[in-house]
Design a protein. Structure first.
Length: 259
């Protein structure tokens, strides 16, 4: 299908603008926090149609070859499920398309898909049987919410690899990729980015604690169940406040992201 043939009405301009600002903000902050890797890795947000329905077959994504610290709202690329660029003057990196398009399409709740090689979380994926241990409060945010892909299959240069990754998620919003990195997903940018941030913190604490040679504390199943219930309300509230604060700081210190 050519670009010209995709004439379906999209969301209103205000909704699209908000998506672009949130995505640019997330990319800029990921760079500030050292969660990025050169000009690699990718963040995407699915575009709703005129009725607000997200099918996952059109999404905004960071342009190929741009450092995340220089991305702006207008530089983001809108592409379709076949990899055609519908809006924007830049291109989409192959692995970005193969991973993000398939997760958006296979998981309707994954309106946002964030993929990084962030240091501490990726370190866990290098260990045989590496897992985030439920030994610390930040880690408990992810109790029963992480899927693990224990088979590294090389660069994701085919949609079949994206489909394989999507299948490994098994209904969970977060996927740790063996010898590779992490993917967080969610219905909102605030939620997915908050998960990305706190997952890195949890992995950092685990790596530091294990480096002492000591034994990690065990948190009882009773407490884990209690915290899981508490997190159903606390996690979304924290995510919204956290991302709103990031937007305020960026508006003040790097307003150019809005261009």
């Amino acid at each position: 299908m050519s670009v010209a043939e995709d004439l379906r009405p999209t969301a209103n301009a205000e909704t699209v603008r908000a998506l672009r600002l949130d995505l640019a903000c997330a990319l800029r902050w990921a760079a500030r926090l050292g969660l990025h890797e050169g000009v690699d890795n990718h963040f995407s947000a699915a575009m709703p149609d005129a009725n607000g329905v997200i099918r996952g077959d059109r999404f905004l994504i960071n342009p190929f070859g741009w450092h995340w610290s220089e991305v702006t709202a207008s530089s983001l690329v809108l592409c379709d499920a076949d990899g055609h660029v519908l809006e924007g003057t830049e291109t989409v990196e192959n692995t970005a398309f193969c991973i993000h398009s398939r997760i958006h399409i296979n998981h309707p709740d994954a309106a946002v898909v964030l993929h990084t090689h962030q240091p501490y979380t990726t370190a866990l994926t290098l260990l045989e049987g590496g897992r985030l241990e439920m030994a610390e409060q930040n880690a408990l945010m992810f109790d029963r919410r992480i899927a693990y892909d224990d088979d590294y299959e090389g660069l994701a240069l085919a949609t079949e690899e994206g489909d394989r990754m999507a299948a490994q998620m098994d209904g969970k919003p977060i996927l740790l990729l063996a010898s590779h990195g992490v993917i967080t997903t969610g219905p909102t940018m605030a939620g997915a980015f908050n998960d990305l941030y706190y997952l890195e913190r949890a992995a950092m604490f685990q790596v530091h604690a294990k480096s002492t040679g000591g034994v990690l504390r065990r948190i009882s199943d009773t407490v884990r169940d209690r915290v899981a219930e508490q997190m159903t309300t606390e996690r979304p509230a924290v995510a919204d406040r956290h991302f709103a604060a990031l937007r305020r700081i960026l508006d003040r210190e790097e307003p150019g992201y809005r261009a």
